[in-house]
Design a protein. Sequence first.
Length: 264
Amino acid sequence: MTSIKNSVALVTGGSRGLGKALVEELYARGAAKVYATARDPRGVTHPDAVPLALEVTDPRSVEAAAEQAQDVTLLVNNAGISLGARSFLDAPLDDVRREFEANFYGPLLVTRAFVPIVERNGGGHLLNVHSVLSWIGLAGSYSATKAALWSQTNSLRLELAPRGIGVTGLHVGYIDTDMAADVDAPKSTPPGRRRARARRRGGRGVRGAGGRHQPAGEGGSVRRPGGALSAAGRLTPAGPRRRPGGALAPRSRKNGMRRRGRSR
């Protein structure tokens, strides 16, 4: 297993949504440094995060980011988009291509650029953020891009193991972020938001795994988003993880699932 404590992480799409929550959680679990990337790094608000400009579909941008982050040991491919191309028969083909560029080829470009860096730094871990929609074809090309990324992750796990790099796939359900703003279904709440709510309640605590009420900010007490970050502050190299509560339930199938042009 890869320890988060004292690691140097890079989170793509780290300025908002799940990416922002992952940045916060990495610091909460002892990461020494976290690069938070965004198309416009001015959107990165975490006081300790290192803002880094990155457009994952642009090879030159990826190369420039890798040049500036030579100490990375933990890479999180989180950035992604949903353009609402839910019908393969009717959606604009350009939208389908753009989703694949961002959700499949983007993580591949970033991984190719950073694997030599992680290996040179003694090995580490790669976390690819998938979706339960990769199992269920409700979202058209978005589902297809996440299924393809899942397959990429499985292949990379085999390819990178001899190089000292573990690989984990994180299958997330609906999360209370901008990307799922139009979803009428139960959503999990990023840990950073839970801690903020707890602080507004006067530090009375948050619900830990199993529903136990525990002190806010206590190590291991905050449930991880989608199950990737373990209570011990480690990343496991096993296969894809389900979020708490399991896979998407049939009653969660709602129209208008994604607002056009949403990104993480």
